[in-house]
Design a protein around this ligand. Structure first.
Ligand SMILES: Cc1ncc(COP(=O)(O)O)c(C=O)c1O
Length: 393
């Protein structure tokens, strides 16, 4: 069966991560994969997670199946974290999934089942899995402009012009906050425009929420999705707990559908059946950790403190690098780094320049010039700034 096939190309980022590990230079800098790192370059288990796990270890009496939809308390806690009181909980269906990636997959498969002719619109650029997944499951895909590359800021007019071509039932993939890879987000006025566009055209927004709390704060980062939930009749949400709870390998996430109260049972049934058909039961450990943290005042306060500290580190890294680059280049060309939010920014480097940064300076970026600002630390910022200024001169 496989004799005539060749293996698909290995994931670019993970190939470069292997190359980084094998690089003997002591001052190499890893700005590749979207993982939060401390100043010491570690990704430790969060304190709130450790404590929740200790509690679970102490009190859990069975590892028996939970349910096809996952733990209701986890789904409810995530719904409240994301949607706040934007809509009554009776209007929200939800299932636990295998991290944020599978939450997206469950929603997109549902779209394929119910609306096979729908086109799914993905920003250019976006997290590469968005386009790859839409193509993989065989839905039609549209692309909308997102980044004004000259200004390194949101291309509002381009985005709205391209999205004006959506058809009823099409799906628009939006990053809830901390857009990956650009770091350029919609402001509330933009979210309102997107809501109006969905209402005018009958398109359905699918909000990918992978970084809530990494941008400006838990509520601030959810303001866009909450606005959509209030104003658009049907909204899909795919959320990940990987980054903000540091639960990368435990695979916790939720797929939510905001709909009318009368339709919520049908939406819930469809999502639950999708889980059953794809993996029966979603993983429980990470979900239980998240639910334990979100529903306990002490653990939640500790988690928020840790989350705030991660956010502040990223904001500080952004400011420090922008400032170092201002000094190196004598210009504000990289000022956008301080204005962007979240883990990533695109620094506008060509593939060749990315290769030179890696080979000559030991500064590792993804091929399209995406930088993980969480991989920076005070001690390497001057070196990174010098390398960027020299190579991108
Ligand atoms: C934009 C975006 N969405 C979703 C995810 C999914 O994360 P996970 O499947 O690890 O929860 C990521 C992870 O990098 C992401 O960047």
């Amino acid at each position: 069966m496989f004799e005539t096939l060749s293996a698909p190309a290995p994931d670019k980022i993970f190939r470069l991560t292997g190359q980084f590990a094998a690089d003997p230079r002591p001052d190499k800098v890893d700005l590749l994969v979207g993982i939060y790192k401390t100043a010491e370059g570690r990704t430790p288990v969060m304190g709130a997670v450790k404590q929740a796990e200790a509690r679970i270890l102490e009190t859990q009496e069975t590892k028996s199946y939970v349910s096809f939809e996952g733990d209701r308390a986890f789904i409810g806690a995530m719904r409240d974290l994301i949607l706040g009181d934007a809509v009554p909980s009776a209007r929200v269906a939800g299932v636990a999934a295998v991290g944020g990636t599978s939450a997206l997959r469950q929603v997109l498969e549902l779209v394929r089942t119910l609306r096979p002719a729908a086109r799914v619109w993905v920003s250019d650029p976006s997290w590469p899995i968005h386009a790859a997944m839409v193509d993989h499951i065989g839905l039609a895909r549209g692309t909308y402009r997102y980044l004004d590359r000259a200004a390194n800021a949101l291309d509002r007019a381009g985005m709205l012009a391209d999205l004006s071509g959506v058809a009823p039932g099409d799906v628009i993939v939006l990053h809830g906050c901390c857009h990956n890879p650009t770091g350029a987000d919609l402001d509330l006025g933009d979210w309102a425009e997107v809501a109006a566009l969905c209402n005018r055209t009958g398109a359905i927004p699918l909000v990918d929420m992978a970084y809530q709390g990494f941008g400006d704060g838990l509520d601030e980062d959810a303001a866009g999705v909450r606005l959509l939930a209030r104003e658009v009749p049907t909204v899909f949400v795919a959320a990940s707990c990987s980054k903000t709870f540091g639960l990368y390998r435990d695979r916790a996430g939720v797929a939510l559908i905001v709909t009318s109260e009368g339709a919520v049972a049908a939406a819930q049934g469809q999502l639950t059946a999708m889980n059953r058909n794809n993996f029966s039961f979603p993983p429980d450990h990470g979900a239980r950790v998240v639910q334990t943290i979100l529903t306990d005042a002490g653990l939640r306060a500790l988690w928020e403190e840790e989350l705030n500290s991660m956010r502040e580190t990223m904001v500080q890294n952004r400011r420090a690098l922008a400032e170092a680059l201002r000094v190196e280049t004598g210009s504000d060309r990289f000022g956008f780094l301080a204005a962007h939010r979240g883990m990533f920014s695109l620094i506008g480097a060509s593939t060749k320049e990315v290769d030179i940064l890696r080979e000559k300076h030991g500064v590792y970026l993804v091929g399209d010039g995406r930088m993980n600002v969480a991989g920076l630390r005070a001690s390497v910022i001057p070196k990174v700034a010098r390398a960027l200024a020299e190579v991108l001169a």
